[in-house]
Design a protein around this ligand. Structure first.
Ligand code: AMP
Ligand code: ZN
Length: 488
């Protein structure tokens, strides 16, 4: 089985050859934790979660690194007043690290809700200032960077003069870039408008600041990712991912930094996930066209007519290929909900099927499995994989109606393959089971409250709890081991 990956650098699908056989080093740009992640951000992280799960399922040992951008980074115009952390700290009257903690916790909660697996390493930019200073020093020593007024910039023209090619990922022509840029950022400090900051001098207003050989300042955004990916995955590693919008300048600059530092391209396969849109417009905080994940799950929003379980949102996202734009809408969510229920129902039915070794089945399990793996290994094509899973769903319903048969061996194989694709690879969760778990937890709380009421001789309340539950068909039984319940 050969895995093909669309490499943004090559502009085509390539056969994946890891540096170390059987192992994959993967780095994905993490969130900037100055506010709540919106649903668009979730789509990108979910796309890479699916890729991570797929690689693992295909037998690779993956070291997955996803960072937290917490050092504050400048907007493109380089104005410190536009630094998103500085703005937010003023707005919320919090310490920068309180902002970081608050939104990191929120980020983890949200991803957990959508059943994303945690990465193997989650480094923070503020935890790697020393490494970033060292890289900056190295780039100055090798002549790729220069200091100017307490800041340090990467010299893009020098990089190109040495035969390297700034713009190779975003397919931008350097001359065009120079012609089209008005120099607002680092006015007077930079040799050329396309030079980007490796280290930025902190103005008195800047709260997050560190000592460096160039005075007090803070690292450039692009350098953070180079420092952390090099540290944990090496100078050249297999896969680097992020949203499409990070291709330029962020990833272009990472390539330049890596090549200038080590003389080698830092990444073999660049992968870019496409955007989530709503009303055909890119989801983004700045335009106001966004929805927070919790708003979709709770139903408290103006865009959707009802609430949707996170597993259904996940299923909806995976019905689009990670490189396609996905427009989220009420209709799309309703269709996903329907599809999801049918898939889960089929899995339930499968457990009740009696095999039959006498009759020949019209469904070729081997062909079906091959098609599923072909989809997965064809640049992680989740919509095609899901379409194949629905062929199996159709077959399962035919088994139920006794229009088809399956041998005992194939039944076990179908069960384990389908379960692996649905739960391990797609990362879906069975809503019903989860609801049962929640019900159990809720009933345990009520039993505990009833016990407390009895202890304090509040028999009115304890009887009320028992009777009201009984009216709902839940019978409490007091025994020597404590109270249990029976659902009638
Ligand atoms: P940020 O915290 O702004 O750095 O964004 C975190 C990730 O979300 C980046 O990989 C972005 O490319 C990605 N992202 C931002 N907006 C969207 C969107 N509308 N759809 C999908 N991904 C997005
Ligand atoms: Zn990054």
């Amino acid at each position: 089985m050969q895995l093909k990956i669309y490499n943004s650098l090559a502009g085509e699908k390539e056969i994946f050859k890891p540096i170390l056989e059987g192992n994959v080093g993967m780095y994905v740009c993490g969130p900037t934790v100055y506010s709540n992640v919106h649903l668009g951000n979730v789509r990108t992280f979910l796309s890479f979660d699916f890729i991570y799960r797929s690689l693992t399922h295909l037998g690779y040992k993956v070291r997955y690194v996803r960072n937290i951008t917490d050092a504050g980074h400048l907007t493109d115009d380089g104005d410190v007043n536009n630094d998103r952390f500085v703005k937010q700290t003023r707005l919320e009257k919090l310490e920068p690290m309180e902002i970081v903690q608050k939104y990191t916790v929120d980020f983890h909660k949200v991803l957990d809700m959508f059943n994303l697996l945690p990465p193997n390493i989650e480094p923070t930019a503020t935890g790697h200032i020393v490494e970033q200073i060292e890289l900056t020093q190295k780039l100055i020593e090798t002549g790729f960077a220069y200091e100017s007024n307490g800041s340090v910039y990467f010299d893009v023209l020098e990089y190109n003069a040495r035969g390297l090619n700034y713009g190779e990922l975003s397919k931008r022509n350097i001359e065009e870039l120079f012609a089209n840029t008005r120099d607002l950022d680092g006015q007077g400090e930079k040799k050329n408008p396309q030079d980007f900051a490796l280290w930025k001098k902190a103005s008195p207003a800047h709260i997050m600041r560190w000592n460096s050989p160039w005075g007090e300042g803070f690292p450039g955004w692009h350098l953070e990712c180079t420092a952390m990916s090099t540290k944990y995955l090496g100078e050249t590693f297999d896969i680097h991912g992020g949203g499409m919008d990070l291709k330029f300048p962020h990833h272009e600059c990472e390539i330049a930094q890596g090549k200038a530092c080590n003389g080698a391209s830092p990444v073999n396969y660049w992968m870019h996930a496409n955007m989530l849109t709503m009303n055909s417009q890119r989801m983004s905080k700045s335009t106001g066209n966004y929805i927070l994940p919790m708003q979709l799950v709770s139903g408290e929003n103006d865009f959707f007519e009802k609430s949707f379980h996170p597993a259904i949102v996940r299923f909806c996202f995976l019905q689009a290929h990670y490189r396609s734009v996905l427009d989220i809408s009420n209709d799309a969510m309703l269709a996903s909900e329907k599809g999801f229920s049918r898939l889960m129902e089929a899995l339930k039915i499968l457990n009740l099927i009696t095999p039959n070794d006498e009759k020949q089945s019209g469904f070729s399990l081997e062909d079906w499995k091959t098609k599923c793996y072909d989809a997965l290994t064809d640049d992680f094509n989740s919509p095609v994989l899901i379409a194949h899973l629905f062929e199996a769903v159709k077959f399962i319903f035919a088994l139920k109606d006794e229009k088809e048969t399956i041998s005992a061996k194939n039944l076990e194989d179908l069960k384990s393959t389908l379960n692996a694709f649905v739960f391990d690879v797609l990362g879906l969760q069975n809503i019903e089971e989860n609801n049962n778990e929640k019900l159990d937890q809720t009933l345990q709380v009520l039993i505990e409250l009833r016990n407390q009421a009895r202890k304090s001789k509040n028999f009115d309340l304890s009887d009320q709890i028992r009777d009201k539950l009984l009216a709902e068909g839940i019978e409490l039984k007091d025994g020597r081991e404590g109270t249990t319940y029976v659902l009638n």
